[in-house]
Design a protein around this ligand. Structure first.
Ligand code: SAM
Length: 315
């Protein structure tokens, strides 16, 4: 999950990535330097909604808070282009990552973009696996990440539970499941939100929301200064799960101490500040993104911690 400089709590599906962290293009070049014809949808997607360094910093912090050590093995479910997994093996010398995705074309793009940037040693520590996250076992991970809301594609409670049980089985005892979610009253509305990025505009389009089933149909479009567009570059037909449903299902799957990390707000602008802290009370704003984490208990701790409320107070 990423953030952007334009992220406002009235917006959904936004990036944490701050353009301030990114080198700005010279003004003359920035205007109109991208067009639909010359752009790659995966590249624009990554620029719009992913920021591996922030995601890794969050995962390490949440893991350290609970287990008092640094995690080494990451399993990234729904890894897509493997952006986060490749960054993980680059981040620390001993880190290993397993990226799992059903789509070989998306992974092939990622191997070309991120895999080729890895050293020989980093390559050995990064495994790309084509498979269904529900039926592709790997070495048990310290951290299992399912980011950018990918698990929303499981539309029923039974389907979500099946996936969470698989995630549980792919974690070490004393491992952490890290997910993200979005919501807020605007996410139930048929609207399109836009953000201007580096040479293009990112649009998050909610085409349909069905309040009876909770199903939502979203698209990502990209627009360019010359008027050209990449319409429906990505489409998501999924269920808008609530944080309460997600936490309840995590517990049903065997996880303990699920917790929500809520994003802070920049007072002046009302925008998200990219800092996620553990909270038990959120804001009823138009749009928010949050992380959810839950533990697979360490050996011998399952019974004693399963019903215990979160140990730490909200911060
Ligand atoms: C929203 S993208 C997420 C990409 C990336 N993780 C991110 O953070 O932006 C969802 C990805 O899930 C993959 N996918 C969908 N169903 C899957 C399944 N059952 N098992 C593995 N991958 C799946 C799709 O191929 C797609 O690449």
């Amino acid at each position: 999950m990423a953030t952007t400089q334009t992220r406002s709590k009235t917006l959904v599906k936004t990036s944490v990535k701050t353009a301030t962290k990114r080198k700005k293009k010279p003004a003359a070049k920035a205007k109109g330097w991208r067009t639909a014809r010359t752009s790659d949808r995966h590249e624009l997607y990554e620029l719009s909604v992913q920021e591996p360094s922030a995601e890794i910093a969050f995962m390490e912090r949440a893991f350290r808070e609970r287990f008092g050590r640094v995690p080494t093995v990451l399993r990234e479910d729904f890894c897509g282009t493997g952006f986060a997994s490749c960054a993980w093996v680059q981040h620390r010398r001993n880190n290993r990552a397993y990226g799992i995705d059903l789509c070989s074309k998306t992974m092939a793009w990622g191997k070309g973009r991120h895999g080729t940037a890895l050293t020989t040693d980093e390559c050995k520590r990064m495994q790309w696996i084509k498979g269904d996250v529900r039926s592709t076992p790997t070495e048990p991970a310290d951290v299992l990440a399912a980011l950018n809301f990918s698990y929303f594609l499981f539309k029923t409670r039974a389907g979500l539970l099946e996936y969470f049980r698989a995630a549980f089985s792919n974690l070490k005892q004393g491992g952490l499941f890290v997910l993200d979610a979005y919501g807020g009253y605007e996410s139930f509305s048929v609207i399109t939100e836009s953000r201007n990025l580096d040479g293009f505009t990112y649009l998050w389009d909610t085409e349909k929301y069905n309040p009876i089933t909770g199903e939502v149909l979203n698209h990502i479009h990209f627009k360019f200064p010359d008027g050209t567009e990449l319409r429906k570059a990505f489409t998501y037909d999924w269920r808008l799960w609530t944080l309460a449903e997600i936490q309840e299902t995590l517990i049903e799957a065997g996880f303990v101490r699920p917790a929500v990390y809520w994003e802070g707000t920049v007072k002046k602008t009302g925008e998200g500040d990219g800092v996620f802290r553990r909270k038990t009370v959120g804001e009823a704003c138009g749009g928010w993104i949050a992380y959810i984490v839950a533990e697979k208990p360490a050996a011998g701790q399952a019974k004693s911690t399963a019903k215990r409320p979160a140990r730490r107070s909200a911060r």
